[in-house]
Design a protein around this ligand. Structure first.
Ligand code: NAD
Length: 253
């Protein structure tokens, strides 16, 4: 894990924390001293994460939140503030992809992806930012994707949602710049998580990594630790409205 960042006294909220990158983000922030509110649609899925964080001496608060439900977001923010104090760091991580040819994507496929990846991030960020602006400080980190700038086939709503999220990051960053609230994004390349494990273990997945990733390997969740801690901490106090790409050179290929 990246050395030298101290988040003691901060409160972080990570959405979609039950598995994959969100789980890793919560662990890393908690290990650096932040009290971690870990959110998922079902809190029972957060029990092992909370136990792990608490077992290492950290603080974890499991919170129920479906990011497509604005009332649930509102309630979660109230509950977190009551238990842990104001949210200093938001990691807008919850996301879904539906893999189908463009010609076969149904309205419900499009809605599920865009409602989670773009509308969800918008309203979680808005509800949290309202409180951050009152306190005059905060860091919002949107988890976008290299597919917001580059494209591959069969995930058209996903590509559109992540491009939208990168532009939302710029628009929010600009609008909030004078408030003390910073808004940045991480654009990961291919990182092994439950979302994509089966594909990357298949011959087609292995071929794609060899062809498309210049450094020649699939990323691990820990490869995002440095970007996460930079954006979460005051080390990035002069950064807003920007994105850090962490992709082993994918966008170069
Ligand atoms: P994942 O499927 O393992 O995790 C996604 C998480 O989001 C899950 O915990 C899921 O339950 C949660 N989630 C989905 N819909 C939700 C909703 N409506 N409300 C609350 N939570 C919800 O995937 P991951 O690979 O860990 O992806 C995490 C984020 O990183 C996503 O935004 C994804 O688009 C992005 N990303 C991943 C990769 C990669 O290669 N893994 C690359 C680029 C971007």
């Amino acid at each position: 894990m990246a050395e030298g960042f101290n988040l003691t006294g901060k409160t972080a909220l990570v959405t979609g924390a039950s598995q994959g990158l969100g789980r890793r983000f919560a662990e890393v922030l908690a290990d650096k001293g932040a009290a971690a509110a870990v959110a998922a649609r079902q809190t029972d899925k957060l029990a092992s994460l909370a136990a792990e964080i608490e077992g290492r001496g950290g603080t974890a608060l499991p919170v129920a939140m479906d990011v497509t439900d604005v009332a649930a977001i509102e309630q979660a923010v109230i509950d977190i503030e009551a238990a842990l104090g104001g949210i200093d760091i938001l990691v807008n991580n919850a996301g879904v992809a539906i893999t189908k040819p463009f010609l076969d994507q149904e309205p419900e496929d499009y809605d599920a992806v865009v409602d989670t990846n773009l509308r969800g991030c918008f309203f979680v960020a808005q509800r949290v930012a309202r409180r951050m602006v009152e306190r005059g400080a905060g860091s919002i980190i949107n988890i976008a994707s290299v597919l917001g700038q580059d494209v591959i086939g069969q995930v058209t709503p996903y590509c559109a949602s992540k491009a939208g999220l990168l532009h939302l990051t710029r628009a929010m960053g600009a609008e909030l710049a004078k408030t003390g609230v910073r808004v940045n994004a991480i654009a990961p390349g291919y990182i092994e998580t439950p979302m994509n494990q089966a594909f990357f273990q298949s011959p087609a997945g292995e071929k794609m990594i060899a062809r498309k990733v210049p450094v020649g390997r699939l990323g691990a969740p820990a490869d995002l630790d440095g970007a996460l801690l930079l954006l979460a901490s005051d080390a990035s106090s002069y950064m807003t409205g920007t994105a850090i790409t962490v992709d082993g050179g994918f966008v170069l290929s």
